[in-house]
Design a protein around this ligand. Structure first.
Ligand code: PGA
Length: 260
């Protein structure tokens, strides 16, 4: 795994944006996997800026989001549909018909999950999957004890995850109990995983996922099995990494052509 430690979330998000922009520039029909939550907001702002100021072209891109709440309409203000349109899709030129987010209102969840997997395969697989990490180590909404080879399916949220998004639903009691999420097997089929984590409260999950044992108790640790994961962290999120000095040295000594 490549670990890039930056002074703050803004710098780290610019590194992540350069990685995405380079792919989109080199491969106009790239397939991008997006995440929601607080973590990728600055990355999305930077992509919007690159669209506005440097005409980064998303017209050939296909997108897949990691997850959506079950029972929540796309128009609900706290749906992941709403989040993606508010923060990214309304501001870049990605064609609507190539945007994929799981349908939280589907009457047939298993069929929807199968079709989602099929759609990812038909698009040629995901080139870069953007990921945040929960304080409990989840990626997507693959909560602890998720199978390391799981595919897109329904999951039950932990209390910790429901508390994290309580504000958008008028309190923890209003947060949906279930989600549809890409599985860990789906995520690591992506050609590249781009993990972002910022702030002290993520330090323990980051250390467990990157340097701890591979275990379903820390779903993000499955990324250790992935041939091309880049973790872009701020200093606080990296603060519990034993090998932090080594990762910094490695990044500082990369040849120019390998830098982001
Ligand atoms: P956050 O969530 O980006 O809002 O911290 C990350 C996650 O729970 O996956």
């Amino acid at each position: 795994m490549e670990i890039i430690i930056q002074p703050d979330a803004a710098e780290a998000s610019r590194v992540a944006a350069r990685i995405v922009a380079r792919l989109v520039g080199d491969k106009p029909h790239a397939v991008l996997g997006f995440a929601t939550g607080n973590t990728p907001l600055q990355l999305y702002r930077e992509l919007v800026r690159l669209r506005r100021e440097e005409e980064l072209d998303f017209s050939g891109v296909t997108t897949f989001n990691l997850d959506e709440y079950v029972g929540i309409a796309p128009a609900h203000p706290s749906s992941f549909h709403s989040y993606m349109w508010a923060h990214l899709f309304s501001h870049i030129n990605v064609p609507k018909q190539r945007i994929h987010i799981p349908d939280g209102l589907t009457a047939d969840i298993p069929a929807t999950c199968r079709h989602y997997e099929q759609a990812i395969r038909s698009a040629g697989g995901i080139d870069i999957q953007i990921l945040g990490i929960g304080t409990n180590g989840h990626i997507g909404f693959n909560e602890p004890t998720s199978s390391l080879s799981s595919r897109t399916r329904i999951k039950t949220l932990t209390e910790e995850s429901r508390k994290h998004t309580a504000a958008g639903f008028g309190g923890t009691g209003g947060v949906p109990t279930h989600v549809i999420t890409m599985g860990l097997g789906t995520i690591i089929d992506s050609r590249m995983c781009l993990l972002l984590a910022f702030g002290k409260k993520k330090a323990r999950a980051v250390a467990r996922a990157i340097e701890g044992p591979v275990t379903a108790m820390v779903p993000g640790s499955v990324l250790q099995m992935h041939p091309r994961t880049v973790a872009v962290l701020d200093r606080e999120a990296a603060s519990e990494l034993e090998m932090a000095d080594y990762y910094t040295w490695v990044y500082d000594h990369k040849p120019d052509w390998q830098r982001y």
